[in-house]
Design a protein around this ligand. Structure first.
Ligand code: FAD
Ligand code: EPU
Length: 341
């Protein structure tokens, strides 16, 4: 147990916030022990710290999830079921699956963070979300110490959403996740950038390893490496608007980037809106908007979390004024701020 401990190495924004208490757990028993000793302290379970923004010191207990282990729990003619400890690194797990020719996660290569956090916001990239390959998870109920199993339906997955971000927020610690992967690949190459990348390499019959390599190349071309430039990936969600609202915007901005998601709703590209508002590469003190991907906010070195939060508020206001569209933050603000827009 560490006291007054810097969280700088444990969050990809590189914010120098301190935890009143900090410890790790590698088993349910260790988790229980920590919770028993610090029962009255606010709790934060941390994986890779790649989707959090600390705006001040954390006045409570931060527990780093270090539960490891990857095992085949079942298999049939079509599928293989892999149970993974929540503290395993996501990308290394994806690489392990590719090495074994287990298909389904290739589009989700190079996403930072832990396996345990992946269901929290139903991570997604390049046409796949984890709900597409998720079987179940086991989670520790903080209130009564019981372990509960959640299947796909119970998790209530949505776009960057799950029940753990809503009705059950801060009530469970995810211990392990089981994925249902395919023995025979079902490639998802509909995302334009993947097709272009494969084409440029002259690949006409791609393997899952080729898809993974293409995704990695695309990501490296625009997303900053947190080791070099602090960030937490997309800071905002892509906003969903009504078809009427979209058509009005399209009249004014014929090249507006968008994806139809139903007969009545359209998802706009927040990165496009931010770029169009002239904010790509914009700097506000020691933080700013990434110059290669406007949806990513970056810490140029010595930013505080509050400065990055203020920058995000500035962007939300600008986008609201110019397009009448409300952006919602994707990154978890810690502690949660009730009264920010
Ligand atoms: P943390 O930041 O440690 O935690 C996130 C939240 O989950 C916190 O509220 C934390 O309390 C909670 N939590 C973590 N572990 C547990 C647990 N075991 N039990 C209960 N609660 C827990 N995301 C995408 O979806 N798609 C992308 O393409 C993508 N690209 C990214 C690119 C970059 C460069 C970066 C920095 C981030 C990107 N992200 C992306 C965001 C991030 O990688 C994911 O959200 C990831 O799943 C976060 O994992 P983590 O372990 O770092 O979570
Ligand atoms: N765009 C711009 N300018 C920018 C950025 C994007 O015009 O500065 C346009 C692009 O040209 C494209 C569209 O916006 O037409 C979409 O851009 P991109 O393909 O880069 O994806 P995104 O919508 O910005 C989302 C996810 C990412 C995920 C990628 C790939 C969200 C909030 N973000 O980004 O997830 O990796 O798609 O699937 O849904 C994350 O969640 O942290 C994350 C990085």
């Amino acid at each position: 147990m560490q006291h007054n401990y810097s969280l700088q190495p444990y969050n990809t924004f590189g914010i120098d916030a301190k935890a009143k208490y900090f410890s790790r757990f590698s088993s349910v028993e260790e988790l229980e022990l920590n919770l028993k000793h610090y029962a009255n302290e606010p709790l934060l379970v941390l994986g890779g710290g790649s989707n959090v923004l600390f705006t001040q010191n954390f006045d409570g207990l931060v527990l780093l999830n270090c539960i490891t282990g990857i095992e085949v729990s079942d298999d049939d003619d079509e599928f293989i079921y892999i149970k993974v400890g929540a503290g395993e690194n996501w990308h290394q797990f994806v690489m392990h699956c590719l090495a074994n020719n287990w298909a389904g996660l290739e589009n989700l290569s190079l996403i930072p963070g832990s396996v345990g956090a992946s269901p929290m916001q139903n991570i997604g990239a390049y046409g796949v979300e984890i709900k597409d390959v998720f079987h179940s998870l086991n989670a520790f109920c903080i209130a009564n110490g019981e372990i509960h199993t959640f299947d796909n339906h119970k998790c209530q997955f949505g776009y960057r959403e799950s029940i753990f971000k809503r009705a059950l927020k801060n009530q469970y610690v995810i211990l392990d996740v089981t994925f249902r992967l395919s023995k025979k690949a079902n490639l998802r190459t509909s995302y334009g950038a993947i097709q272009q990348e494969l084409f440029s390499k002259g690949i006409t019959t791609p393997s899952i390893q080729d898809i993974s390599a293409a995704v990695i190349a695309i990501r490296q071309s625009k997303l900053p490496d947190p080791k070099a430039l602090g960030n937490a990936g997309s800071f905002f969600k892509n906003p969903v608007v009504s078809k009427q609202r979209f058509e009005a915007l399209q009249q004014q901005y014929p090249d507006i980037a968008h994806f139809l998601i139903s007969d009545t709703e359209v998802k706009l590209a927040a990165g496009w809106l931010i770029e169009k508002a002239g904010l790509k590469g914009f700097r506000m003190g020691p933080c700013g908007v990434h110059d290669k991907q406007a949806l990513v906010l970056v810490n140029h070195g010595s930013s505080t979390g509050q400065q990055i939060l203020d920058l995000s508020t500035h962007i939300i206001e600008k986008i609201k004024v110019q397009f009448g569209v409300s952006l919602e933050r994707e990154v978890n603000i810690i502690p949660p701020h009730e009264n920010i827009i």
